[in-house]
Each structure stands twice: as structure tokens, then as C-alpha cells.
Ligand binder design. Structure first.
Ligand SMILES: [Zn+2]
Length: 122
């Protein structure tokens, strides 16, 4: 994992969304500022995304992520936050971000469980 601290880069990548404090773009994690480097929960959240990205060989992860995001955007009346938190990868990362040993025991393709759960609800 290569850690970068750049508010400017994060602004470009998020189209100016200043609420985003960090982003995982394998092999990088980009933080908005130095203080956030001490936040173990955010770091664990981004580590979970790295694992997700690696197991899907990076590019398919982003395709799946953005497809799911845009489907949710259309379904939820173009509310970014609702779409973002409903993406399966984010649900796993938010659900497990405070379990610091989670990645030691995580099953392969664990995000699929979150995807299936959501599918069953609809
Ligand atoms: Zn996330």
C-alpha cells in the first residue's frame, strides 16, 4: 500500500466532493490530510477496498463498483450519498471497518454476500 496525502488529487478524483476523506485506488490510498493518517477506522476501510480490488483484479472492481453505483443513482432519484453507501463494496467496508482483524479471516469475495443480501431485499 502506497499512502499519498493530497487534498488536490482527491478533489480531482471526486469531482470536488470535499466530504471524501480518503480513497483507495490500488496500490494507493489517498488521504485528504495528515491528521487522517492516524484514523485506524478509515485506514481499515481503505484496506478492505484494496482487498476487494485485488481479488477482482482491479479493473473489474471499478466496472462493478460504478455499474452498481449508477444503477442505485437511477433507482434512488440521483441521490449520491444513498447510491454510494448502497454499493456492495462500501457496505462491506463500512460494516467491517472497525474490526481490525477482519482481513485476517475474510472469505474470498466476501462482498458478494452483501450484493446477494441487497438483491434479496428488492
Ligand atoms: Zn469506501
Amino acid at each position: 500500500m502506497i499512502i499519498l496525502v493530497s487534498s488536490g488529487l482527491l478533489n480531482v478524483l471526486t469531482l470536488g466532493n470535499k466530504k471524501v476523506s480518503a480513497m483507495a485506488l490500488w496500490p494507493f490510498v489517498i488521504f485528504r490530510n495528515q491528521e487522517l493518517l492516524n484514523d485506524k477506522v478509515i485506514l481499515n476501510h481503505e484496506r478492505i477496498h484494496h482487498r476487494q480490488q485485488l481479488e477482482l483484479l482491479i479493473i473489474p472492481y471499478y466496472i462493478w463498483y460504478f455499474l452498481e453505483y449508477w444503477i442505485k443513482m437511477f433507482k434512488n432519484g440521483f441521490r449520491h450519498f444513498d447510491a454510494y453507501v448502497s454499493v456492495s463494496f462500501e457496505q462491506e467496508a463500512f460494516d467491517k471497518q472497525s474490526e481490525f482483524s477482519y482481513l485476517n479471516n475474510r472469505q474470498w469475495l466476501a462482498s458478494w454476500t452483501y450484493f446477494k443480501k441487497k438483491f434479496k431485499k428488492q
